[in-house]
Design a protein around this ligand. Structure first.
Ligand SMILES: Cc1cc2nc3c(=O)[nH]c(=O)nc-3n(C[C@H](O)[C@H](O)[C@H](O)COP(=O)(O)O)c2cc1C
Length: 325
């Protein structure tokens, strides 16, 4: 399948694996790229630029296909060493960067000068247009369904994607709620040039997370996610668990007085415990509503082959059948 996104990134299939904290290590990124998609290493999971440089080297040892690095610009007090991370990306010869969070404008000249394509992930048409204006090469349009941070506008992809198509000139991929060939064909029908998946890639053999995490996703239904940190305007969609119940109770009790310090136990530094130790109630962790569509733990190669075969079958048989004489 050829789309503007496969052309832009030099990949076989229009499928991207979005950056995921403590999930997007070299093993997963390489598996996705080897299967013909675009794998992405999560920059900030690496504690220092040197560690990121090493992760990029590890990924290159596992694949000769293109892969990317995610750089998330967070609303934190002590900013990470972004110039150092950018240097590691450039010196590592990475050709794609997925930015997310704040406006990446400041870093674009250095990245573009190094021949790096930038895809900015955003949750609104407004921010997508801004990304286009400042010179991003593509956007990842992340609907309200998505795992992680859906923003504060709550517009689901059935509206957000065609709205993005009405406004944008640069190519975009659909992100949030994508799981299979049906998602891909629907995304293309709504104007996207491909799709980005997070939660679906976590439940794969190669995802370097504890088996408990994969089983929790398979067991979850589309009713099992919750939105946390809404009062802080830092909304995150997470899988419901004991810690999330406690967090939501604090939000209810404190109302407008809630501060980030009040929920540190539930959100700060919990990812290694969950993703690596499998302590499923240790805190809040991002998960999309799409968990309801995830029923197995295939290899990345099996997953991508299945998606592409299903997409082709839908286009050639089901859809063509509706219009043929
Ligand atoms: C466990 C997890 C961690 C994530 N961490 C990040 C992150 O650090 N930076 C980022 O830009 N997006 C992050 N995301 C969002 C994904 O890249 C992607 O946009 C999202 O998962 C798409 O929605 P889906 O889960 O419905 O596929 C994370 C998602 C999950 C599920």
């Amino acid at each position: 399948m050829r789309t503007k996104i496969t052309e832009l990134f030099g990949i076989q299939h229009p499928i991207i694996q979005g950056g995921m904290h403590f999930v997007g290590f070299a093993e997963l990124a390489a598996a996705v790229s080897n299967a013909g998609g675009l794998g992405i290493i999560t920059g900030l999971t690496q504690r220092t630029p040197e560690a990121l440089a090493n992760e990029i080297r590890r990924c290159r040892d596992m694949t000769d296909k293109p892969f990317g690095v995610n750089l998330t610009f967070l609303p934190v007090i002590a900013a990470p060493d972004y110039p150092g991370y950018i240097r590691a990306i450039i010196e590592g010869g990475v050709k794609v960067v997925e930015t997310a969070g704040n406006n990446p404008q400041k870093w674009l000249p250095a990245l573009h000068e190094a021949g790096i394509k930038v895809i900015h992930k955003c949750t609104s048409v407004r921010h997508s247009l801004k990304a286009q204006t400042i010179g991003c090469d593509a956007v990842s349009v992340d609907g309200f369904e998505c795992g992680g941070h859906p923003g504060e506008d709550d517009v689901p992809n059935f509206i957000l994607l065609p709205r993005a198509a009405e406004e944008l000139k640069i190519p975009f991929v659909a992100s949030g709620g994508m799981a299979d060939g049906r998602s891909l064909v629907a995304a293309l029908a709504l104007g996207a040039e491909g799709m980005n998946m997070g939660t679906r890639f976590m439940a794969t053999k190669e995802a370097p997370v504890h088996e408990n995490v994969k089983q929790a996703i398979v067991a979850a239904t589309e009713l099992d996610t919750r939105l946390v940190m809404r009062p802080l305007r830092n909304t995150e969609r997470v899988l419901k668990n004991v810690a999330v119940d406690r967090l939501l109770e604090k939000e209810r009790a404190l109302g407008a007085n809630l501060k980030f310090e009040d929920i540190l136990d539930e959100v700060a530094g919990v990812y290694p415990k969950i993703m690596q130790e499998g302590a499923m109630d240790a805190g809040a962790w991002s998960c999309g509503m799409v968990a309801g569509l995830i029923h197995d733990i295939p290899s990345v190669q099996e997953l991508i082959e299945r998606i592409m075969a299903e997409a082709e079958d839908i286009i050639r048989r089901r859809l063509a059948g509706f219009v043929s004489a």
